[in-house]
Design a protein. Structure first.
Length: 270
């Protein structure tokens, strides 16, 4: 029995840790050739060796880097089937306290890089040997739906990803038919980024318990659970799914979301 992604070539940004690394592992298990990029070179090389993939250092905010990545993918594999725009940063500030440089950085990493990834991935996907086809998955967050008072830049950037995804999806559906674009919206997920934030609070266990309680399921999600959702969107099983928002938040939004949000943070994508 072949894997669900057998014969496909996938790029995962931010693939060195968290949800990105989990995607690389799951994609490899399902038969994909995995290309992962990150600014964390040592971790990236380690994950690439683990999954039998190829690592390339990349600052996702720079268009020249995207063009170089795609040229090398084309030369090495001759095609591109999947792009996961996973690289992202968190930002903890209210609008009153917002530093302009911090705002611009969050927008560059969380929004501009997604636009650049979509732009350059489409160029390869529309030239695939069997004709235009491919799946782009953009990491958003439940923050795209919530007015988080201490995460102005993060909420704004993830909301932008949500609607950018729909614009890309409609454009590709009209122009190329089989090139799809969807977003995934995690809630609280147990990743290194989240653990780092928890380490900064006085009572880590209390903060962790409050994050677990945000989800009606009573716990944070795992990176592998997010990766499993992404595998579905990357596979041909979701061939009629485009412009959609896949919520993976343990029921958080269904129960009201922001009501019990702790000061330690909210939903995150990576």
């Amino acid at each position: 029995m072949t894997g669900r992604l057998q014969g496909k070539v996938a790029i995962v940004t931010g693939g060195a840790s968290g949800i990105g690394a989990a995607c690389c592992r799951r994609f490899s298990e399902e038969g994909a050739q995995v290309v992962l990029t990150d600014i964390q070179e040592d971790l990236g090389q380690r994950v690439a060796a683990e999954v039998g993939g190829w690592f390339m250092p990349q600052d996702v905010t720079q268009e020249a880097g995207w063009a170089s990545l795609m040229a090398q993918v084309l030369q090495r594999y001759g095609r591109l089937d999947i792009l996961v725009n996973n690289a992202g940063v968190t930002s903890r500030s209210s609008v009153e306290d917002m530093d302009l440089d911090a705002w611009n950085h969050a927008m560059a990493v969380n929004v501009t890089s997604v636009m650049l990834g979509c732009k350059h991935a489409i160029k390869l996907m529309k030239s695939n040997p069997e004709g235009p086809a491919g799946s782009i998955i953009n990491l958003s967050s439940i923050a795209a739906y919530l007015g988080m008072p201490d995460a102005a830049a993060y909420s704004a950037s993830k909301g932008a990803v949500r609607l950018l995804t729909k614009s890309v999806a409609v454009h590709c559906a009209q122009q190329y038919g089989k090139i799809r674009c969807n977003s995934i919206h995690p809630g609280a997920v147990d990743t290194p980024i989240h653990q780092a934030r928890l380490s900064q609070v006085a009572d880590r266990q209390a903060a962790l318990a409050s994050l677990d309680r945000l989800q009606p399921m009573g716990r944070m999600g795992t990176a592998t659970e997010m990766a499993n959702c992404i595998v579905f969107l990357a596979s041909d099983e979701s061939s009629f799914v485009t412009g959609s928002e896949l919520l993976a938040d343990g029921g958080w939004l269904a129960e009201g979301g922001i009501r019990n949000l702790p000061k330690t943070g909210g939903g995150q994508a990576a």
